[in-house]
Ligand binder design. Sequence first.
Ligand SMILES: *Cc1c(COP(=O)(O)O)cnc(C)c1O
Length: 381
Amino acid sequence: MRDNIYVTSPLLPPLEEFTPYLEEIWQSKHLTNSGPFHQQLEEALAKYLGVPYLSLFSNGTIALLTALQALRIKGEVITTPYSFVATAHTILWNSLKPVFVDIDPVTCNMDPRKIEAAITPETTAILPVHCYGIPCNTDEIQHIAEMYDLRVIYDAAHAFGVKQKGDSILNAGDLSVLSFHATKVFNTIEGGAIVSRDLRMKQRIDHLKNFGFVNETTVVATGINGKMNEVQAAFGLLQLKHVDDALTKRRRIYESYQSKLQQIHGVRLLEKSPDIEWNYAYAALFVGPEFGCSRDELYEAMKQENIFTRRYFYPLISEFPMYRGLPSAQPDVLPIATNISSSVLCLPIYPTLTEDDIDRVVGVILRMSVNIAENTSVTAA
Ligand SMILES: *Cc1c(COP(=O)(O)O)cnc(C)c1O
């Protein structure tokens, strides 16, 4: 049997490049609490990403929780059902009420045309996701937010390095939240960040992630422990040296999938518009009704070949038990998300994926695409 191919494989720098950083940490004994690597990484990332201020976190979920706290969000928060479950969990964890809005079938992002109908007197914020790193319609969302005086927090966990018309997508909204989890395009093993527009907000976030301390004896807010440690920060600084190379490789892999899949009837790959500098974070394939088998049959056929694809995002967040009783969680008000969720299959994509690996993946899709057609012609004959 051939080697396993997983949907992703973490970006890891050569080990010998990491040891000098560790030696420095051992020498200084500065392990956490805004040490030198933490400060360097905040500055380096803000510069690399093209954003004014950035606060590092221990992970993206704590960063999302803190973003909602930083803006003092109350009542109801409009969000998308088509995301990783952490997006909505952070709303519930803050004792707020999530309200789901359906998505656009092309971008897989919250459909701005459906937001207004979901607004009530209790609504205070919108929490959209740049799903797969494809930017939301940020202009439309901003327009609605201004009209109704709502805050906007982007879950930008997939959107590291993404630009639109030359500007970082992380500059949209009031705050943007990144994840640096091992499975993401850029990782610090676990980690995350909040991007903010002004220094006052960054300082409030920095207090919140450190128990609310502003100095040795003053606590100004009900903070949490969301600090990134020095080993993670050092790892991030080293990763940053390799991330451009990783992004280039991801683009090549995606383009290879595109050219090899375009002849196959009944499947389409996620598309981006030409004004977007994308990070090729996910290779989302949508299996249409004209394809030779169902999405789940394709998923199982891949497994038989030791290829472990993932159905991101199936089930929808709105289908989990803590959400499914909400009026906005019913499948009949989320027809597009429900449909996309049952047709998506994320193919393997990571910098070290080889052309042979891609051919193995495409080979299964090709074989399954003709399954039914062949059977039918055999029956007809
Ligand atoms: C990964 C992810 C998160 C959570 O980030 P962690 O760093 O794993 O806590 C949140 N939202 C989305 C959309 C994600 O993909």
